[in-house]
Design a binder for this molecule. Structure first.
Ligand SMILES: C[S@@+](CC[C@H](N)C(=O)[O-])C[C@H]1O[C@@H](n2cnc3c(N)ncnc32)[C@H](O)[C@@H]1O
Length: 181
């Protein structure tokens, strides 16, 4: 491979990351191991399946899969480069309970399981709220780092020890004011 073709390949990769970040209005910023552990502590013991909405490079999903081998973890990511890297990381990490799907979580017709984690962008939260209201069963837990779901009522709002973010905790069924599961 010549220097020029390496440069062209790097350019295409960076351009793809940028185009998807603009299109999805979300930068693939990973969750650190410390922040992931804080979030994992809120996943209930009897959880069977967790979905990471917008799994980026796979950091959060990998951390959950390693910490909780009893849980089936799925990351959904549309941006092709972060998705491909997360797939490679899961193969290298040999985590049989972890899977990644390349899709738009807004249109993927799939049961997200008992718990959804997300760390996306304030502009994405209304769509996430709509999708989860339709697809998650009553009793499901949503853990949203940094951004609240508009119109939803959190049962917990925890300042994270790592950084300045808050973690918003919702329970489907009592996530809207006036509704009690
Ligand atoms: C800040 S990153 C979070 C990465 C990961 N959840 C973590 O905590 O390590 C947000 C990711 O959401 C993805 N994303 C945004 N909108 C999406 C959509 N509609 N469908 C799938 N992925 C989406 C972006 O491409 C980006 O990689």
């Amino acid at each position: 491979m010549t220097d020029l073709s390496v440069l062209a390949l790097v350019g295409v990769i960076l351009a793809l990351i940028l185009v998807y970040a603009i299109r999805l209005r979300a930068v693939p910023m990973p969750t650190s191991a410390k922040a992931a552990n804080e979030i994992i502590a809120y996943i209930p013991n009897d959880t069977r399946a967790v979905t990471d909405f917008g799994s980026g490079w796979g950091d959060m999903a990998l951390a959950i899969a390693r910490a909780r081998p009893d849980i089936k973890v799925t990351g959904i990511e549309l941006s092709p480069i972060p998705y491909a890297i997360s797939r490679m990381r899961s193969i290298l990490a040999a985590t049989p309970n972890l899977d990644f799907i390349r899709a738009d979580y807004r249109s993927l017709d799939r049961d997200p399981g008992d718990v959804v984690v997300c760390f996306v962008d304030p502009r994405a939260m209304e769509d996430i709220g709509d999708v989860l209201s339709q697809r998650m069963a009553s009793g499901g837990i949503v853990l949203s780092r940094a951004f609240a779901v508009p119109g939803w009522q959190a049962f917990g709002e925890v300042p994270m020890k790592t950084g300045n973010d808050r973690l918003y905790l919702y329970r489907i069924g009592s996530h809207k004011p006036g509704i009690v599961a």
